[in-house]
Every structure is written in C-alpha cells, then in structure tokens.
Design a protein around this ligand. Structure first.
Ligand code: FES
Length: 109
C-alpha cells in the first residue's frame, strides 16, 4: 500500500491510498480525478501530460529514468527540473517509501 499526496500549486492537496502495487501514480490520480494529471496516452510514454515533481529526498531512491522517459520529459509544458518524473512510470511497487509526495505542475499543455 502506497499513500500518495498530490500537491497543487495553490497549496491544496489530495491524498490517496493505493492498494494495488501494479498501479502507477498517474493511473491512481486519473481514476480519482486528481486535478492537473491528465495521462492522455494511458501511460505508454507518448504524451508527458502526467508530469510531476518529486521531493528532493526521495528522487534518488526512485527507479532510474529510462531513455524514453528522459526523452518525453524534454517536452513537458512546465520547466523540467532534476525532480521531474512522469507519474505513469512511478509504480507503487517500485516506490521504496510508504508515503510519496508529488507536486503537480501548473499546466500539462
Ligand atoms: S501518461 Fe502519457 S506519458 Fe505518462
């Protein structure tokens, strides 16, 4: 079980408990109508509308960014930082903490 806190630019947040290890942070957000995470391609790394920023202290513990994710992150709508990830590539089973905070960018387009 992973708890994900989705923080918005306006300081509001939504917290989800995700029981399915195979689910991604994007899919859980879309299923629960979290504002600002679109996931237009369904998670096959073709849209980059699932961009999030992760906390600095967890960034290095997450699975490494693949070449395809890296390429897609080049096209995100808001500034890419060293903490940028595609939330469709963050699967609950691969997040090594019980609680993950992600920061939703202002826009995905
Ligand atoms: S959902 Fe399309 S790249 Fe993540």
């Amino acid at each position: 079980m992973l708890r994900v806190i989705y923080k918005q630019k306006d300081d509001s947040s939504q917290q989800l408990e995700i029981p399915d290890d195979a689910q991604s942070v994007m899919k859980a957000a879309v299923n629960n109508r979290v504002k600002g995470i679109i996931g237009e391609c369904g998670g096959v790394m073709q849209c980059a509308t699932c961009h999030v920023y992760v906390d600095e202290d967890i960034a290095d513990s997450l699975p490494p960014i693949s070449d395809q994710e890296d390429e897609m992150l080049e096209g995100v709508a808001t500034e890419r930082t060293e903490h940028s990830r595609l939330s469709c590539q963050l699967f609950c089973s691969t997040v090594p903490v019980e609680e993950l905070t992600v920061y939703v960018p202002e826009t995905q387009y």
